[in-house]
Design a protein around this ligand. Structure first.
Ligand code: E4P
Length: 217
């Protein structure tokens, strides 16, 4: 399973990349806003940190302009994945950009039907949004499972990129189902290391070590 980092925070990306935990990065307009930086500048910097795919999202809503924006974003670095929304125009842009050899991430996917269209349009990645489905009392994980089944039934090569990850359980559940990639905020990836029994066990070991009076260094 690949981990993408869902952020435009270069310090967080650098830390996770140094640990081998950043197989790629996803950004979106909200994350660019949060970074307070210019999209081209920050995306270029991210592409210099990670060698895997870095998703950068188009803003246009009509296919011709999406394609132009996608080409401009793709010129930033060879590891750019152009992110387009799962609309009819987004699918047209996906088909054109993937036909030109660019990686394309079709985002804002909320149904299996949409995911099939993304695969048919040649998407490199399709991004089902788990958390936002959970927010409206639907089961985001059911969607990941449905897409996995369908893609396996037909041998679609599009990678399932589980997105809108809010919890550690989202990561492990998506892994159990067989999502190809999970993109999660740095905080969720770090939280995966935490367990109360680890903390408790370590506290006991340290207390007992103190009693031995020994030193390693
Ligand atoms: C994915 O590429 C998106 O950037 C992201 O996962 C959206 O997550 P959110 O629903 O927490 O904003």
């Amino acid at each position: 399973m690949k981990f993408f980092v869902d952020t435009a925070d270069v310090d967080a990306i650098r830390e996770l990349n140094d640990l081998g935990m950043a197989d790629g990065v996803t950004t979106n307009p909200s994350l660019i806003l949060k970074s307070g930086r210019d999209i081209l500048e920050v995306t270029r910097e991210i592409c210099g940190i990670v060698s895997g795919p870095v998703s950068a999202e188009v803003i246009a809503t009509e296919a011709p302009a999406m394609i132009e924006e996608g080409r401009k974003l793709a010129r930033i670095a060879p590891n750019i994945a152009v992110k387009v929304p799962l609309t009819w125009d987004g699918l047209k842009a996906c088909k054109a950009l993937s036909g030109e050899g660019h990686m394309v991430n079709v985002t804002l996917c909320f149904s299996a039907a949409q995911a099939i269209l993304a695969a048919k349009a040649g998407a490199t990645f399709v991004s089902p949004f788990i958390g936002r489905l959970d927010d409206i009392n639907l089961d985001g994980m059911d969607l990941i499972a449905d897409i996995r089944t369908i893609f396996d039934n037909y041998g679609f090569g599009t990678q399932i990129l589980a997105a809108s990850i809010r919890t550690v359980n989202h990561v492990t559940d998506a892994a159990k189902i067989g999502a190809d990639v999970v993109t999660a905020p740095p905080g969720v990836l770090k939280q995966m290391a935490a367990h109360p029994l680890t903390d408790k066990g370590l506290a006991t070991f340290l207390a007992d070590w103190e009693k031995t009076g020994q030193k390693i260094l």
